[in-house]
Ligand binder design. Structure first.
Ligand code: SF4
Length: 371
């Protein structure tokens, strides 16, 4: 006798035989998924309206960032900059300060630049089609389709981490998805799935299904509204699909940050183009650990005119950034002279650090200093 949730052998064999990059009955899939979404969708602050500006900001924040992390940042951001015009009128450092802690700061700079462009060239209106959206800084294929479908009800397919997994399993697409063009078959299938009615809700439902039910390691097929359509489940291959690539190795880095102080102020430097945290403020750093590296800072050409005194150890900070684990020794030393004035370096009070957009480790050091 067949147990509840068990797939009959006949259907399993048929799924194995036919399961290749195709789905049957997209209309049924859409209606089953939308019915589930109406009951089980996540309550997220950017879903409370279809305002294109809010949809756009949320989609940029969600790039490479977990939903739970984005929640509070999104609310604060749209509270401070509620419209395209208000964002365009802000100074870049204000936008970066509000973005601080969310990471991938290029997104914030591009969002700000795009807002300026929209005000200057589009009367502050967000384009209503994918081609227009893709003309804006920071908006690629996925983001354009997400905005077009969610804000403007256009039947545009989306593929991101969660929906990619759901679609691959649904269609039994067993090939690797990483590497150039690996996603292309998934985009093709997604285009056949997205309905003309409620495409935005459908796309969001796919993402929710991936986040809540079709989990990477142990999909909850018994609770899945698409279980009867899913080739991976019917053919017993949910563990194999999508095919997993090798995980990038995490590299260990050891650096030293120097808190150089003089006359009640500390020296901060702006991270240069091409560096991590480009455009954010930080304490001067050198590779290597502790006192040796700090002596290196004192001796470096840029800092020699400061005539730094002996170094004192303040502590250690650990931080992870894109597959790098950084161990950061923090030392302090006094400067006898202020050195030359230069763009990209400032002497500021510890209290004034609160106003600067800082790197995540720089902010941790600032908190260490303010006690
Ligand atoms: S049946 Fe299982 S594998 Fe298929 S979409 Fe649903 S949760 Fe994912």
């Amino acid at each position: 006798m067949k147990k509840a949730g068990e797939v009959p052998d006949r259907r399993r064999r048929r799924a194995r035989a036919t399961g290749s990059a195709a789905v049957c009955r997209p209309d049924r899939i859409a209606s089953d998924l939308l019915a589930w979404y109406a009951r089980g969708r996540r309550d997220l602050p950017w879903r409370r309206s279809q305002d294109p500006y809010r949809v756009w900001v949320s989609e940029i924040m969600l790039q490479q960032t977990q939903v739970e992390r984005v929640r509070e940042f999104f609310v604060r951001f749209v509270d401070r900059f509620p419209t395209v015009e208000s964002l365009a009128a802000a100074a870049e450092h204000q936008v970066l300060r509000l973005w601080e802690g969310l990471g991938y700061y290029r997104r914030a700079r591009q969002l700000h630049a795009a807002a300026g462009l929209l005000v200057a060239e589009h009367g502050g209106h967000i384009p209503r089609d994918v081609a227009g959206l893709r003309g804006l800084p920071g908006i690629g294929r996925y983001t354009a389709a997400a905005i077009a479908s969610i804000a403007f009800d256009l039947p545009e397919p989306i593929v991101e981490a969660n929906s990619r997994r759901v679609i691959a399993r649904l269609a039994g697409h067993a090939a690797r998805l990483d590497g150039p063009g690996g996603d292309e078959p998934i985009w093709t299938i997604a285009a056949t799935l997205v309905p003309r009615r409620q495409p935005g809700r459908f796309n969001q439902a796919l993402m929710d299904l991936g986040a809540l039910v079709c989990l990477p390691d142990r999909p909850l097929c018994g609770s899945c509204p698409l279980a009867s359509h899913c080739v991976a489940r019917l053919s017993g291959r949910t563990a194999e699909i999508p095919a997993k690539g090798s995980r990038p190795k995490v590299a260990q880095l050891h650096e030293t940050a120097a808190v150089i102080h003089r006359a009640g102020r500390v020296l901060v430097v702006c991270r240069r183009p091409g560096e991590w945290w480009e455009g954010l403020w930080d304490f001067p750093r050198l590779p290597g650990s502790g006192r040796a590296a700090a002596r290196g800072i004192a001796a470096a050409e840029a800092f020699r005119p400061l005539a730094c005194g002996p170094v004192r150890r303040l502590g250690t900070i650990n931080h992870t950034v894109t597959h790098h684990r950084i161990r950061l020794d923090v030392v302090s030393c006094a400067a006898a002279r202020p050195g030359r004035t230069a763009r990209g370096r400032r002497w500021v009070t510890v209290a004034a650090l609160e106003q600067l957009a800082m790197t995540a480790p720089g902010r941790k050091i600032a908190r260490m200093l303010s006690g």
